[in-house]
Design a protein around this ligand. Structure first.
Ligand SMILES: NC(=O)C1=CN([C@@H]2O[C@H](COP(=O)(O)OP(=O)(O)OC[C@H]3O[C@@H](n4cnc5c(N)ncnc54)[C@H](OP(=O)(O)O)[C@@H]3O)[C@@H](O)[C@H]2O)C=CC1
Ligand SMILES: O=C1CO[C@H](CO)[C@@H](O)[C@@H]1O
Length: 323
């Protein structure tokens, strides 16, 4: 507790949260948990919340570690962290993306996390796969996605006070337009890939215009790229006396985007929080934004493209042409 109060004094608190359309606040920085081994994620969650002042943990059923995230949360509560002071996101996996399965999937997630409610529940992908679908799926295993049927069930979670906000992930502007024109409760958040090597400018502009907050996933380029070694990043880091990771996270926050870097290392979890005590100049923001080529890390191909089908055509259709 003492440590998080200390942190509040040290950082620009007004920058540490963004306001959602619901009036609730989402922390600008959270801890990602994809690929965090179950036995490691428990300590990572505890360390982030109790020792580093994180307020947001990003989870998903498909990450296979929500029980252990829940154990880390319980350890943090035992150490004095209050449930109402933190923000927990989880996501509905694609194989449960049919209306009659959603409540059951949600119940498994909150039970695994040991919570009564989540702050944000997201539709993980606008895709529906048969429960027995292989990866990549075979013909017939990619089922039509019933956007409004799924969303109506998501809205019920807000009405029943089980989710404080609902949102989507991996939605394009076209898919959001359809949702916005037919829904009762508008999505608060779209969680998408974003970093200087995939700026996602058009989607960000669309979301800002429509008051949908963007959370960036894979902010450091995920575990499979060299983004942290791009000269635009290393030169800016050197100039500002910061690490490449801090620069990449700060670049997002200055665009009005929250983010959820994943780390299982105590040092790097702490390092990734040191983003509220400096500013990147407009000139350096532009330099970072000039990285090329622009390329997604996570095309979602394995989820979408049945074996033997034209991957590029399917991806172009899915991503409104931007791949
Ligand atoms: N909605 C969606 O479809 C998706 C959501 N996500 C969410 O976003 C989160 C973040 O994205 P993710 O793809 O994991 O990738 P990130 O961009 O967060 O990169 C994570 C990698 O960077 C390393 N790392 C972390 N901090 C530093 C640092 N300061 N310096 C050097 N290396 C560092 C990590 O290793 P180490 O652990 O050893 O530090 C790990 O290998 C996910 O964990 C998940 O919660 C991700 C993908 C898709
Ligand atoms: O969040 C994500 C990480 O894990 C999933 C697969 O296992 C991805 O599909 C997804 O985008």
């Amino acid at each position: 507790m003492a440590q998080s109060q200390q942190l509040k004094k040290d950082v620009a608190v007004e920058e540490a949260y963004f306001t959602l359309r619901s009036g609730n606040h989402i922390p600008a920085l959270g801890l990602g948990t994809w690929k965090a081994e179950p036995n490691v994620v428990r300590d990572a969650v505890y360390h982030a919340l109790v020792e580093c002042g994180y307020k947001h943990i990003d989870c998903a059923h498909i990450y296979g570690n929500e029980k252990e995230v829940g154990e880390g949360l319980q350890m943090a509560f035992d150490a004095g962290i209050k449930r109402e002071d933190i923000f927990i996101t989880s996501k509905l996996w694609i194989k449960s993306c049919i209306p009659e399965k959603i409540r059951e999937a949600f119940d498994v997630t909150v039970s695994d996390l040991g919570l009564k409610y989540v702050d944000l529940y997201l539709v993980h992908w606008p895709i529906n796969l048969a429960p027995d679908a292989s990866s990549p799926p075979k013909k017939g295993q990619v089922l039509p996605f019933d956007t409004m049927g799924v969303w109506r069930e998501m809205e019920k979670l807000v009405e029943q006070k089980l989710a404080r906000d609902i949102g989507v992930s991996n939605f394009t502007a076209k898919k959001l337009e359809h949702l916005l024109s037919n829904c009762t409760i508008k999505p608060s958040v779209n969680q998408v890939e974003m970093h200087p090597a995939w700026r996602n400018d058009n989607l960000l502009e669309f979301c800002k215009k429509n008051n949908i907050h963007v959370t960036a996933y894979s902010p450091l380029g995920s575990s499979s790229t060299d983004l942290m070694h791009a000269h635009e990043v290393t030169e800016t880091a050197e100039k500002l006396g910061k690490t490449p990771g801090e620069i990449l996270i700060r670049w997002l926050i200055q665009r009005g985007v929250s983010t959820i870097p994943k780390s299982s290392s105590k040092e790097r979890i702490k390092e990734n929080m040191r983003v509220f005590d400096f500013k990147i100049s407009d000139e350096d923001m532009q330099k970072l934004s000039s990285i090329s080529p622009q390329k997604r890390v996570n095309p979602g191909a394995e989820l979408l493209v049945p074996e033997g089908e034209d991957e590029e055509a399917i991806l172009r259709e899915f991503w409104d042409g931007e791949i």
